[in-house]
Design a protein around this ligand. Structure first.
Ligand SMILES: CC(C)(COP(=O)(O)O)[C@@H](O)C(=O)NCCC(=O)O
Ligand SMILES: [Mn+2]
Length: 939
């Protein structure tokens, strides 16, 4: 790596877009002059304690902690320019490249952009952070791209910037906390003017202009100017709400859901059939907006009886100190003590003629008139529930009437009044359902409170968010998510180790995580089935103490992701085979993952040398992941639709967040070495067989070697009983056909034909490989070799990031190079595929036959999980898939947990050993270690 010299200061990364590049140069020059000051400032800001605060607050920590005040330097400096930390900057790779990548190791969130929605009770922030790309100096990638005809994956070809969208909220009454947060994260400095976020020049001198909406954009304009030097560009509230809602409905798969009788169900919104709809935003007051398209809407109604009414009246009547407290109180309430019910009027009877049950509210607070009771005679719990129902029901009814007025079938409810509260949603849903006789549907939005802020954010031009597609968004729930309770949704722990203060942070996290005890699993919430008109059957059980948990993660915008082009019907595709909406399934997998945790932590800590720091991180990881699990047990749909693949991926993400890059690194190495040592013998044995026997032996080999799976408890227990080669032999010897699912004969016929008829070989096969060691080396590579022998191009598809003991795309070229030393077919194909660019590998027989061969290539799949969601794969894989006519999915994660039911446009072979008894029973009515060989012709 060359150190950064005088000249080529280009921008924050090598693939920066043009406008940014031109602007960035003078900025960086200027920053370079300021470097000493900047670095000092950088330490103050970056080593600061906002995250401590996140945890402290979110975990119910008492006492206000002093926030780092905005330093005077941070105010007087020209705020309109991005501040970059250039310390230790270096050019990565080749100096001659036109846009070399410049690594800024100390720059965490390199550019941030911010929009605010300052409402009567809450301030909502949406901000974007753009992280520098990992430099790729990967020769394999370049060659594969050339071979597959992919233009150099460069941001210039994408309309959208990669980065992350964060959602944060504060109470308006604590606006100073919000300002401190903005200041500490440098959000007031992002180079944004009122028209474009790529510009660092502002339209009025030095003031930075930020988009804002809501009444507070006017009320607090001076304060923001004074404290942060920020001028607010005010965006119309309705415009913002609509833009925010349209964006969410288009771009986020699991955004809208129905909530009836305690059951949450996500609704797939068809982008092409979204309009018209009624948007009901319940803030302090309520707006009802008929939305006909992007920017096409009309505010058709509203009501002054909204969230502010509930909170205001509630506060007066119950003495509650916060909205959430009031809401939580309602959970234990019985509104029948205050509301006049139909039964009260009809002597306990239903009023059947007009379809009203005895428990229907005839008159909210109606009982209070007839009894000689004072306020103190009513329980605050009952008052709160009565109030909540009165207001929710009223909003539901007015919404329905407006939907009826305009013939709208869909009503989306947003705004922070709802707060994911089950009874509120049930009540509104019931009202809509009841009055419309089931014709209209109430739906809720997961980002309910952020419509306005998101819309304000959308009003920055040129960020391309409007063009964003569902598959380019990945929502991740950072470690703080289960703890923060929605107070402040903290950033992920990106640069943990770089900060001295991170240690105390981590300790605090572990400590707090222990103190608060993660939410206790409970039975799913239930109402009486009458949509909130009766007394809740379970009192106090279903609402967590942090009623306002956001349930929104950080949205990662990944413009390079694509839908796998060979999916037969992408709209109908569901990656998960196991639906965790079934509570017994969830409980089972929850236990499996919890039981596996201590061993995983051991491996992770060992992979980092067992240092004190790694032990601390290991502890923190275990806490964070357990909290996520507990949160999901309590509310399985909290993070969107939940499948087993999501849980397994969450675990990997959690490890990465605590900087465990590759927990199974040394195990993988060991197994690779052992397997490579026996590969030559295996190849000789295979070559001595007839074609037919060889094909069977190869498939057996893949199935047998899939036993090397460090994610399966049963397998790990086996490993204590023998060496890997012994286990492999044992596994092979057990390969009795017929397998539990056995389409081998059909596959064989396709490969070898029957009688004299020789079939046409496949043109290109994609082999989705799974585990390191024997699995890939003794299983999949020999199968790849056979396909190559038939004249089929082979693309090995491997993970982009480590997950358990899965092999990664980065690791494969070296493995192939080693294997190629023993095999001419592999060597020539690997050379043709650009895998052996440096080495001129000699085969064991000393030959250097360079006659042309079909290529063997490696592509990354875009995932870092044992499973694969084919709606979001790397552009590299998507390009390779276009000409493929055979897909081989291997392993339990990729072929069973996900994609077992997937249908493809081309032929598919799904191979796996079932290493979990319950799955074996459920999926194939079989047993542990049974095998699946499913061959499916093109659909
Ligand atoms: C994590 C796995 C999907 C990996 O399997 P693979 O894809 O490597 O075949 C699998 O090991 C698994 O489902 N394990 C959890 C269940 C258990 O311990 O039995
Ligand atoms: Mn695996």
């Amino acid at each position: 790596m060359a150190s950064l010299k005088e000249d080529p200061i280009l921008g924050i990364d090598g693939i920066i877009i043009k406008e940014e590049f031109e602007i960035a140069k003078p900025v960086i020059d200027k920053l370079r002059e300021d470097r000493p000051a900047l670095e000092t400032e950088g330490t103050v800001i970056k080593g600061e304690s906002v995250i401590d605060k996140v945890i402290e607050e979110g975990s119910g920590g008492q006492g206000e902690r002093d926030m780092v005040p905005p330093t005077s330097t941070s105010i007087h400096r020209s705020g309109s320019r991005p501040q970059l930390d250039l310390s230790k900057a270096a050019i990565e790779g080749n100096f001659e490249e036109r846009d070399p990548t410049i690594l800024l190791p100390n720059q965490s969130d390199d550019i941030s952009h911010l929009a605010l929605d300052i409402g009567g009770s809450l301030i909502k922030l949406v901000y974007f952070s753009r992280h520098q790309d990992r430099p790729t100096n990967d020769k394999r990638k370049k060659t594969v791209k050339e071979r597959l005809g992919i233009s150099n994956g460069n941001r210039r070809s994408y309309p959208i910037l990669g980065g992350r969208l964060h959602f944060v909220k504060f109470e308006t009454s604590k606006i100073n906390e919000c300002l401190d947060f903005i200041s500490s994260k440098q959000l007031h400095r992002g180079g944004v003017d009122s028209h474009s976020w790529h510009s660092d020049t502002s339209s009025n001198g030095n003031a930075v202009i930020k988009k804002a909406t809501g009444g507070g954009a006017y009320k607090y304009a001076d304060l923001l100017k004074e404290r942060l030097g920020v001028s607010l560009d005010k965006e119309d509230e309705m415009d913002c709400l609509v833009a925010g809602a349209n964006f969410l409905l288009k771009a986020i798969r699991h955004e809208a859901f129905t909530h009836m009788e305690g059951q949450k169900e996500f609704v797939q919104i068809d982008q092409n059939d979204m309009f018209p709809y009624l948007l009901v935003n319940i803030g302090s007051g309520v707006s009802m907006i008929k939305v006909d398209g992007d920017g096409k809407f009309e505010r058709v109604s509203g009501t002054n009886v909204g969230g502010g009414t509930y909170w205001g009246l509630g506060r007066l009547l119950t003495k509650c100190k916060s909205f959430d407290e009031l809401l939580e109180l309602s959970q234990k309430g019985d509104n029948g003590t205050i509301d006049m019910l139909v039964g009260d009027i009809y002597g306990g009877m239903d009023y059947n003629k007009i379809g009203l049950s005895a428990s229907t509210i005839a008159s909210s607070f109606g009982k209070a008139i007839s009894e000689k009771k004072e306020l103190t005679n009513y329980r605050p719990e009952d008052i709160s529930l009565s109030l909540l129902r009165m207001i929710s029901y009223n909003i539901g009814q007015i919404s329905y009437l407006n939907a009826l007025r305009f013939g709208l079938k869909r009503i989306f409810f947003g705004g922070f009044f709802i707060r994911g509260h089950a009874y509120t949603m049930d009540t509104i849903s019931f009202a809509v359902h009841f009055w419309s006789k089931g014709e209209a549907q109430a739906m809720f939005l997961r980002h309910e409170g952020f419509l306005g802020a998101l819309g304000a954010f959308m009003s920055y031009e040129k960020h391309g968010l409007d063009d964003l597609m569902v598959h380019q968004l990945v929502e991740r729930f950072p470690m703080g998510a289960p703890y923060t309770g929605g107070k402040i949704h903290g950033p992920p722990l990106g640069d943990l180790n770089e900060k001295a203060s991170a240690i105390s942070w981590m300790e605090k996290f572990v400590q707090k995580g222990t103190e608060i005890t993660a939410p206790v699993p409970m039975a799913s919430s239930g109402t009486t089935g009458l949509g909130g008109f009766e007394v809740p059957s379970s009192k106090g059980g279903t609402l967590r103490s942090d009623a306002s948990a956001l349930n929104v993660g950080v949205l990662h915008l990944v413009p390079t992701l694509e839908v796998f082009p060979q999916l037969a019907d992408p709209k109908m595709y569901e990656p998960n085979t196991i639906d965790l909406a079934d509570h017994s399934e969830l409980e089972y997998w929850f236990t499996v993952l919890s039981d596996h945790l201590p061993d995983l932590v051991d491996k992770a800590v060992a992979s980092e040398g067992g240092t004190d720091d790694s032990k601390r991180r290991g502890d923190a990881f275990a806490h964070a992941f357990s909290a996520h699990l507990a949160r999901l047990m309590e509310e399985p749909a909290a993070y969107g639709k939940l499948g087993l693949a999501n849980l397994l991926e969450l675990r990997e993400e959690c490890l990465r967040e605590f900087q465990f890059v590759d927990a199974y690194r040394s195990i993988k190495q060991r197994e690779n070495e052992a397997s490579l040592a026996v590969l030559p013998d295996l190849l000789v044995e295979l070559d001595s067989m007839t074609e037919e026997t060889r094909l069977l032996t190869l498939i057996e080999g893949v199935l047998a070697a899939n036993i090397f799976d460090w994610g399966s408890r049963a397998c790990v227990e086996l490993y204590h009983k023998g060496t890997i080669i012994e286990i492999y032999r044992m596994s092979r010897n057990k390969m009795q056909r017929p397998w539990r699912v056995d389409d081998f004969d059909a596959f064989k016929e396709r490969m070898l034909g029957s009688g004299d008829k020789k079939p046409c070989p496949h043109k290109r096969a994609l082999l989705f490989v799974d585990n390191s060691g024997a699995d890939v080396i003794l299983g999949m590579l020999p199968l790849a070799r056979e396909l190559l022998r038939h004249g089929t191009e082979v693309v090995l598809v491997a993970n982009s990031l480590p997950a358990l003991n899965d092999v990664t795309a980065m690791e494969l070229p070296d493995i192939v190079a080693e294997a190629a030393k023993h095999c001419d077919i592999l060597r020539r194909a690997a050379e043709a595929g650009g895998l052996l660019v440096d080495a001129m590998i000699n085969t064991s027989d000393g030959s250097k036959d360079n006659s042309s061969s079909v290529p063997l290539m490696v592509v990354e799949n875009g995932c870092g999980s044992p499973c694969i969601d084919l709606r979001q794969v790397s552009s590299e894989l998507a390009a390779a898939a276009k000409d493929a006519d055979l897909i081989v999915l291997e392993g339990m994660g990729r072929a069973l947990h996900t994609n077992f039911n997937a249908r493809f446009k081309c032929e598919a072979l799904k191979l796996a050993m079932v290493k979990n008894q319950r799955l074996a029973e459920k999926l194939i009515e079989g047993n542990l270690y049974d095998c699946v060989c499913r061959y499916e012709p093109a659909s």
